[in-house]
Write a protein of this length. Structure first.
Length: 207
């Protein structure tokens, strides 16, 4: 190696030798793919097309995979049709608002339901839960003690559509089943009490 003052410089032959040494070291410690090899591997995995874009067969698979992972821990149950009770104070299962839960799972949940009931019948609500399960729920807008999921709660009707909001937690036992929303009129009255479309349960599994 030649020197000019205190600054080192290399001859062309020395540079070539250093490059060769570095290449040999890199080859011994790294596995490399060429662009062609990487593209071939991606195409084989059905993620991209030959131009390198996300393939039509790959995108749905990626979306489905993401949706499946999301569904393991979070669920949104949307009510698609209005449901009516008339002249009945007996709790009945809502046709659509229920959450399937597995054995020993713990879920946090939020219930948003659009209801319309007169001021005489009002609403009566509650939950049916699997054997061995326990939990509580409460109103988002009213600061009161939490209510057991096995209890019944009376809420006012306003003779107009109103968004009722609740949240809670369920700890399931060894029996899989449903967290089932139930409702009725509090005072049986010959008038329509409704839970409306676009009501929903949003739930997140924590165990």
């Amino acid at each position: 190696m030649a020197k000019e003052g205190t600054k080192p410089f290399y001859t062309e032959a020395e540079v070539a030798a250093l490059i060769a040494i570095h290449t040999a070291i890199a080859a011994a410690h790294h596995t490399k793919y060429t662009d062609a090899e990487a593209l071939a591997a991606a195409i084989a995995g059905r993620l991209v097309d030959a131009a390198g874009a996300i393939a039509a067969v790959g995108a749905p698979a990626l979306i489905a995979s993401h949706a499946a992972l999301f569904g393991l821990h979070s669920k949104i149950i949307l009510k698609t049709a209005d449901e009516t009770v008339n002249n009945s104070s007996t709790l009945q299962d809502d046709n659509e608002l229920f959450l399937a839960i597995g054995a020993n799972e713990i879920w946090l949940f939020w219930l948003f339901f659009w209801g319309n009931s007169g001021t005489t019948p009002d609403f009566k609500i509650g939950w049916a839960i699997p054997s061995g399960a326990s939990g509580v729920f409460d109103s988002i807008v009213t600061a009161v003690a939490s209510t057991s999921l096995t209890a019944t709660l009376i809420i006012s009707g306003f003779a107009a559509s109103y968004l009722y909001r609740f949240y809670g937690e369920i700890k399931n036992g060894a029996t899989a089943g449903n967290l089932q929303f139930q409702w009725a009129q509090n005072t049986a009255t010959v008038s329509d009490t409704k839970v409306l479309a676009n009501s929903c349960i949003i739930a997140h599994r924590i165990v």
